[in-house]
Ligand binder design. Structure first.
Ligand code: 6PG
Length: 466
């Protein structure tokens, strides 16, 4: 019997995706470059229909045509090597899927190369971490629509489901799926950083103990902030270190890692004139966190304010909640603006309403308010900024005062709140009808004769300033 799909790359994500497929009655051929991972998966196959292969040709030949091969291999040159080793054994119409966090431009290059061989290539964004991969991730496939139709029955089956709908939808041509996943990760960086700032304000500025802060996050998770990241933050704060008996969070070194997707999001935004400041500030916060030794040395030299005033607990907890919600709205607004602008740029026809819908389940940024985001784009597919949707316009109007208080208090008391303060700056810049950029234009014209446009008539002008 020929198998319905093959999975290459049996690290944590590939292994769990293979198990997920097999638990949905797919006959799954599995292959890994080193046999240890294949053997280990077979030994723990939960009685599911997984079929191990130790030779790539035999693996390919075992698949029903058009062959469907799902790669879950570390992004980068390893993907090209796997494609090279598959190519001699494939036939016209076969389909390779890349489920890793590949750069969307690499996916476009691979798509074009494989088209020349008659092979279909689908860049599949997969979000949800190792648990999501096993139980149902959010899936963002990009490539040809025809090729997607062949794999849709499997991908939609293994995806998370919300209210009966799969968190998997055809995104668009070529690299569109990996692009959507990349910006998802950028939003994830901002969301995580905003939460970290709210946490540190509660704990170290308001002076609440860690259990109290855990309770606050758990309570927030019952309301409009309900989301996976808020939920796990409450869990994290309740975890005690086995060795020291301290809260585990307190023994974790404050140096953030990153694998590159957040940086790619910022770079793509910068390259294309998209203001993605909250996401980028979250990235810079990780960079600054990484220079721990320098920060420790600087803390002995550079002093902040002393004698901080006491803040009234309940009022400030609510202010922080509102500030966090508004920061999240602004961050998602930037991410969705990046989708809209890039969709026009690359002619992808991204459907923002559907992207928001598939983010409701499985992925790391899943949150209740994605329903409202989806609704906003359903009501107006050309919405230029999420903050202008009536629901969110009203919300940010109501919550801005809290964000202002929190950012101002952070500044006065010397607590760095990079993403929260950038959210406020973004809000205020975006709503400014007459900005100070006229001064920039005047300066440019003064020193470099770069010319300027006028407010009162058409044309290009230059002044002899001296
Ligand atoms: C997901 C995640 C995942 C990502 C990790 C780590 O959606 O499941 O985004 O794809 O690899 O979150 O990312 P960083 O190491 O860059 O923080």
């Amino acid at each position: 019997m020929q198998h319905s799909i093959g999975v290459i790359g049996l690290g944590v994500m590939g292994r769990n995706l293979a198990l997920n497929m097999a638990s949905h009655q797919e006959e799954v051929a599995i292959y890994n470059y080193t046999r240890d991972l294949t053997d280990d998966l077979v030994a723990h196959d939960e009685g599911l229909p997984l079929h191990p292969y130790y030779d790539i040709e035999a693996f390919v030949q075992s698949l029903a045509r058009p062959r469907k091969i799902f790669m879950m291999v570390t992004a980068g040159s390893a993907i090209d090597s796997v494609i090279e080793s598959l190519l001699p054994h494939l036939e016209t119409g076969d389909i390779i899927m890349d489920g890793g966090n590949s750069h969307f431009l690499d996916t476009e290059r691979r798509f074009d190369e494989l088209q020349r061989h008659g092979i279909e290539y689908i860049g599949v964004g997969v979000s949800g971490g190792e648990v999501g991969a096993r139980t149902g991730p959010a899936i963002m496939p990009g490539g040809s629509k025809e090729a997607y139709e062949h794999v849709a029955p499997i991908l939609t089956k293994i995806a998370a489901h919300v209210e009966g709908d799969p968190c998997c939808v055809y995104i668009g041509p070529k690299g569109a799926g990996h692009f959507v996943k990349m910006v998802h990760n950028g939003i994830e960086y901002a969301d995580m950083q905003l939460i970290a700032e709210a946490y540190s304000f509660l704990r170290f500025r308001l002076g609440l103990d860690v259990t109290e802060v855990a309770d606050i996050f758990a309570e927030w998770n019952e309301g409009e902030l309900k989301s996976y990241l808020i939920e796990i933050t409450a869990d994290i704060l309740r975890k005690t270190d086995d060795e020291t008996g301290q809260p585990l969070i307190d023994v974790i070194l404050d140096q953030a890692g990153q694998k590159g997707t957040g940086k790619w999001t910022s770079l793509q935004a910068i390259d294309n004139g998209i203001a993605s400041s909250i996401i980028t500030e979250a990235l810079f916060a990780r960079y600054l966190s990484a220079i721990k030794e320098e920060r420790v040395a600087a803390s002995a030299v550079l002093k902040g304010p002393e004698d901080l005033s006491t803040l009234e607990r309940d009022a400030w907890v609510e202010r922080i909640r509102q500030a966090l919600y508004m920061g999240k709205v602004a961050a998602y607004a930037q991410g969705f603006t990046q989708y809209r602008t890039s969709s026009e740029l690359y002619d992808w026809n991204l459907r923002l309403e559907e992207i928001a819908l598939i983010f409701r389940g499985g992925c790391i940024i899943r949150a209740d308010f994605l329903n409202v985001i989806s609704e906003a784009f359903k009501n107006d597919a050309n919405l230029s900024n999420l903050m202008l949707a009536p629901f969110f316009a009203e919300k940010v109007q109501a919550y801005q005062e809290s964000l202002r208080h929190v950012v101002a208090e952070g500044a006065l008391s010397g607590f760095a709140l990079p993403s929260l303060s950038t959210s406020l700056t973004y809000y205020d810049s975006y709503r400014t009808a007459n900005s100070n950029a006229n001064m920039l234009q005047a300066q440019r014209d003064y020193f470099g004769a770069h010319t300027y446009a006028r407010t009162d008539r058409e044309g290009i002008f230059h002044t002899d300033w001296q």
